[in-house]
Design a protein around this ligand. Structure first.
Ligand code: UDX
Length: 448
């Protein structure tokens, strides 16, 4: 089948490369000339493991191409995917749909023959109706079926998620569109990924509800971690103990410094707005958003407390800046609040991240110094803070760290080490949700 993907950002590019790998003929379109020029020259605009190879292989096979010109690929396509950004609108948190609607207008003028227009961008309930209205009013003769087909790709694991999804969700009503969508996902459901057909509005809501639920799950375990610290329990064991219950499930129960990234913060906010506007407020998600924001700020205070309550003029090394490993994405990363909190308290911050430093330079305080590797970063530091769980931080040479640091504090905000292995080497270790560590005063003890 022939596929045109409008928007060659994260979602568009990964989806395009994967569809091409299934054997479809795919053209990825983007207005940004520099992005298309880079892709044509074999350079990826984002860091995603495996993507460069996948793109190269499919370009060579003649199944994947890039262009800034929407007209040709749209007129030839069986399916046109809309995969442009839907950032938070400044001021109110609603999803900004201006790019989606602009693309719908452009598509309307160029479609030929029966064409499925599938929205992959994360869009509020009812957006598909508006896209359909735009296309039909602009080109009444157009034979289109507008469907919703949300993506569930995690950055850093996007190709794996695309090729081995838990499910594929498609919202539509036109039976011809059902046949086309079944055809393009055929390689996946032959691998037994369930293909779930729903109405368009339901499909749009599934995407938001999934992300909101995951954000809620993370926030729940983060609050439980705080509770563990105050009552002498261990959050990792609590997570395992509850996660083995199949109704709860073990995934997304890792306590951390708060969720970030391009999806959860924006999508939870947009869902909260939709729910408020529809007179069915989602108070759990409103609270999730607030708790997560506070948590990111609280993490700097946790580091300061681990340093004895003062960091003025102290050198603090921050390992990991991106919102999670295997990406260069700094959007809404907890490191932003943590680094700022430390600088505001008078600390000198040195940072290292395997992929995120270029983006970090544009976002973080100019006072931050960047190191070329983890050991250069920690040299002379009074305290080291692990903010992102990159693999290379999981196997640090702790003896070397202890030798080259000037202080002895290691704060692990991702719980990737064990207290005993760090303390044996003479460092003082703080992590999240381990109540066996020095207990605050006033701990309620069970009656003897
Ligand atoms: C997410 C969804 O997982 C994906 O399905 C959706 O389409 C896009 O949004 P992504 O933002 O790439 O993907 O990352 P994800 O792996 O879900 O992590 C999001 C945030 O939650 C990160 O900041 C991560 O560190 C945090 N997290 C995740 C935790 O703190 N604990 C966990 O147990 C899991």
């Amino acid at each position: 089948m022939r596929i045109a993907i409008i928007g060659s950002g994260y979602v568009g590019l990964v989806s395009g490369a994967c569809f091409a790998d299934f054997g479809h003929v795919v053209t990825c379109v983007d207005k940004a000339e520099h992005k298309i020029a880079a892709l044509l020259a074999g350079r990826m605009p984002i860091y995603e493991p495996g993507l460069a190879d996948l793109v190269e292989r499919n370009v060579e096979a003649g199944r994947l191409s890039f262009t800034t010109d929407l007209a040709g690929p749209v007129s030839e396509a069986d399916v046109v995917f809309i995969a442009v950004g839907t950032p938070s609108r400044r001021g109110d948190g609603h999803a900004d749909l201006s790019h989606v609607y602009a693309v719908a207008r452009e598509i309307a003028s160029h479609v030929q023959g029966f064409t499925v227009v599938a929205t992959k961008s994360t869009v509020p309930v009812g957006t598909g109706d508006e896209v359909e209205y735009i296309i039909r009013s602009q080109n009444p003769a157009a034979d289109v079926a507008v469907v919703s087909n949300p993506e569930f790709l995690r950055e850093g694991a996007a190709i794996e998620d695309f090729k081995r999804p838990d499910r594929i969700v498609v919202g539509l009503s036109d039976p011809r569109a059902r046949d086309v969508m079944t055809g393009i996902y055929r390689p996946l459901y032959l691998n037994e990924a369930p293909l779930l057909f729903t109405t368009r509005r339901t499909s749009e809501l599934i995407k938001y509800a999934a992300n909101a639920f995951l954000a809620l799950k993370i926030t729940f375990i983060n609050e439980v971690a705080d509770l563990c610290e105050n009552v002498g329990a261990n959050v990792q064991e609590v997570a395992r103990g509850i996660g083995l219950d199949k109704r709860i499930g073990a995934k997304f129960l890792n306590a951390g410094p708060g969720y970030g990234g391009s999806c959860f913060p924006k999508d939870t906010l947009a869902l909260v707005k939709t729910a408020q506007d529809s007179n069915a407020p989602l108070r759990l998600i409103e609270t999730t958003v607030a708790v997560n924001d506070q948590r990111k700020r609280a993490m700097a205070r946790k580091v300061i407390a681990a340093c004895g309550g003062r960091v003025r003029s102290k050198m603090i090394a921050v390992l990991g800046l991106t919102f999670k490993p295997n990406t260069d994405d700094m959007r809404e990363a907890p490191s932003i609040s943590i680094v700022q909190g430390l600088i505001d308290a008078g600390a000198h911050v040195t940072a290292y991240d395997p992929q995120g430093m270029e983006q970090a330079r544009q976002l973080l305080d100019p006072a931050v110094r960047y190191a070329a590797d983890p050991y250069e970063c920690v040299e002379g530091a009074q305290a080291v803070v692990i903010v992102t769980e990159w693999d290379q931080f999981r196997a640090l040479d702790i003896d070397r760290l202890a030798r080259i640091m000037s202080g002895d504090v290691l704060v692990d905000l991702r719980n990737i080490y064990r207290a005993d292995e760090i303390e044996q080497r003479g460092l003082r270790y703080t992590n999240l949700g381990d109540g066996s560590m020095p207990v605050p005063h006033g701990l309620p003890v069970a009656a003897e």
